[in-house]
Design a protein around this ligand. Sequence first.
Ligand SMILES: [Zn+2]
Length: 239
Amino acid sequence: MGEVRLSNFSWVRARDYFSTNDIVLLPVGSTEQHGPQNPLGTDHLIAYELALEAGRRTGVAVLPPVPYGVSVHHSAFPGTVWVREEVFKEYVRDIVLSLKKHGVKKVVVVNGHGGNLNALLSLSRELRGEGVLTVVFQWWTLPKLSDLFTREELGHAAAAETSLNLFLNGKSVDMSSVVDEKPRKLPTDGLAYFPEYTDDRTKTGVFGVATTACKGRGERVFEIASRALVETIEALRRS
Ligand SMILES: [Zn+2]
């Protein structure tokens, strides 16, 4: 397929795209710690690669990724950069509303970071009232992944995420520093939501089992997630 990155379109090409398409992909993520082995950009890099793959398979344009998200809970770890939830929500709202001016009616937000979800869900309900149908896609909650990974391997910076990085961006992963860490319990676990920070539960930033990561598993996750994203786009096109 040809170029799908909106950043590489001219305005003339964008005009032509929007004259026949009312849908785009918007990758969002974070810049935050992902254990000692993974790059800080993990969440937005994975979201962008998934969006590009599904964009090429469907001909849907992909916006530049939003690299900062709601990550204050990782703030104890050097290099983590975050924005407040309300700032993130309003930033994404303005992106979607500027697309609406160009005729976009459907947006698939490819979210790479769980901390962004509350803001995105509340925003997408509000945007629906504004005439833009915005759905939020996340790769790590896809039911099919439980055939490939245990629960402990699906945690933050654990084997699933590390495998994806090994497949997509192997040079940025340092497997010589990979560790497993069982998250500590907090006093209200199972009773009430605690305003937790990552360092309450782990000292390395890894939640669970990461040492079983490999490139081949990453390739399988990427294919499962790409297909699911393509299905999401097709379902939305039909709706
Ligand atoms: Zn992540």
